[in-house]
Design a protein around this ligand. Sequence first.
Ligand SMILES: *Cc1c(COP(=O)(O)O)cnc(C)c1O
Length: 380
Amino acid sequence: MIPLTRPLTGDEEIQLVAEVLRSGWLTQGPKTAAFEEAIARVVGAPHVVAVSSCTTALHLAVLLAGVQPGDEVIVPSYTFVATANAVLYAGAVPVFAEIDAKTFTLAPSEIERLVTSRTRAVIAVDQFGLPAELDALEEACRARGLVFLEDAACALGAAYRGRPIGSRGKFVLFSFHPRKSITTGEGGALVTDDPAVDARARILRSHGASLSDAARHGAMGKAFESYVDLGYNYRLSDLQAAVGLAQVKRLDGILARRRALAARYAERLAGLPWIEPPFEPPHARHPYQTYAALLRPGAPIDRDSLIRHLADCGVSSRRGIPPIHREPYMEARLKAPVTLPVTEDISRRTLILPLYPQMTEAEQEQVVEALRSAPSSRAR
Ligand SMILES: *Cc1c(COP(=O)(O)O)cnc(C)c1O
């Protein structure tokens, strides 16, 4: 069976984890600090705070954005549920917005449509890794005094107008879940250009303590921490950071391979006019964390029948993202019904195809052949 995705790991990860185990410093030690520096270098950001997941990074960012209980935060519905959950953790209300039909990212005009006196912030999502329309979104937020956050869970290695994602912005949140380009098993990062956000995120990440573990150990009992805020345990361990350090070294190779495979898919799928390869605007670099194609209206087979056919051919595939305003928990909380026709249409037509750095051209050919041999469900 050709998998949908597969993390690329090797001996270097094992060696670095062994180093941590031998050192006895298993969390908040030198490997976490080194991993933060490595990510800062890769994304060109001054401050990186490693945390336990992108979800916890989002939660901290929402709090540090000053979102208060009862505030509204505009989020796309076409995203993973964690984007909206982070808003709910802060007692605030996610307001679901429409996406652009080509990029699958938050439509900038939605800010004007959905803003109210209670709107505090906007979270854009770099969907499948493709950067959102950052210039227009940031400008719309600036004009209305809203805080802008970027859920860049899938976007490590992406670029927008020549700059890596993470090199601009006060709240850029990454994930290192195995489904993403590089992994620490579980893990995430809050990336910021603001030293005050960096300092407060470090305190909140570790129980609200005024002093980091490293600083406390370094002082050998001569300095004491106090608990200055309601903090959390959102730390990344040094075992995970060690895996991350080895993974960062693989990033360029992983991205190059993903982009080469994506280009090859686009070429091979050109013969199947009912499938539309993912869109990459000229000003953005897509990392293809996920290869999300669209079935064109009038395709000879419906999406779910196609997924079953691909499975019969030994090829894993997946439906796109179900709109989160339709998920039972979110739907039950909505004060008024929400209809987002573009989101719902795109969601019904998205097909995620296998893409991972170890994928061979023969495997990719098997995927293309399976698509080519799809029976017409219209004929039935
Ligand atoms: C994966 C993902 C998350 C969650 O990341 P975790 O590290 O698993 O918490 C959040 N938002 C988006 C858009 C994602 O794709």
